[in-house]
Design a protein around this ligand. Structure first.
Ligand code: IMP
Ligand code: MG
Length: 186
């Protein structure tokens, strides 16, 4: 049996072109804001696996020397709702003390993951920390997250693609979309 992905998508929220345009703008804003900080060192951190697709596009839109590093924290599992439970599965490879850190995140939902990460990373004495998130969901009771660079405010739906998964699938879709309800029931 042939298994492909596009048939599982009910609607596309942000097309490949929408995302490319926005990520490019975010990269330009970061380039302007950090041009005078590059000498001290800039590290762009991606939170695996969801943030990886966004991060690799974002760094190519930044016209400054940067280091890349990766962290993995537990997130959704296979459920479509945030558990709020986060733990470090993989830590950074390099030190961030004295460096300017930019966290590239896929989505801010409850906000718990990012706030947890911000606390951990702030304790390592970086020169500064900022968040760049592709999406921020409009949800009630979202924790306050200081997000300096935001791609899109997205509706309160479970979305997949461009790094975001359902049960580890659909991360490699080039757009962000909403799954057909029957896919959850498979
Ligand atoms: P939080 O609720 O802000 O802590 O979000 C934690 C993580 O849940 C995010 O980094 C995503 O990996 C994942 N997540 C949140 N909303 C969605 C979604 O709509 N689709 C896929 N993953 C999501
Ligand atoms: Mg994530």
């Amino acid at each position: 049996m042939q298994v492909t992905m596009h048939e599982d998508i009910e609607s596309v929220l942000y097309s490949e072109e929408d995302i490319a345009r926005r990520v490019h703008e975010m990269g330009q804003a970061i380039t302007a804001d950090y041009a005078d900080k590059a000498e001290e060192g800039i590290t762009v951190i991606s939170v695996l696996c969801g943030g990886a697709v966004f991060m690799t596009d974002l760094v190519r839109a930044i016209n400054l020397p940067i280091a890349m590093d990766f962290m993995a924290v537990s997130s959704y599992g296979n459920a479509a709702q945030s558990s709020g439970v986060v733990r470090i599965i993989k830590d950074l490879t390099h030190e961030i003390a004295g460096r300017h850190v930019i966290i590239a995140e896929d989505i801010i939902d409850s906000g718990l993951t990012l706030n947890y990460l911000l606390d951990i990373l702030a304790a390592r004495n970086p020169a500064s920390i900022a968040v760049a998130a592709l999406l921020k969901k409009q949800v009630p009771n979202q924790a306050e997250v200081d997000c300096k660079y935001l791609g899109f405010e997205c509706p309160n739906e479970f979305v997949v693609g461009y790094g975001l998964d359902f049960a580890e699938k659909y991360r490699n879709l080039p757009y962000v979309g909403i799954l057909k309800p029957e896919v959850y029931k498979k």
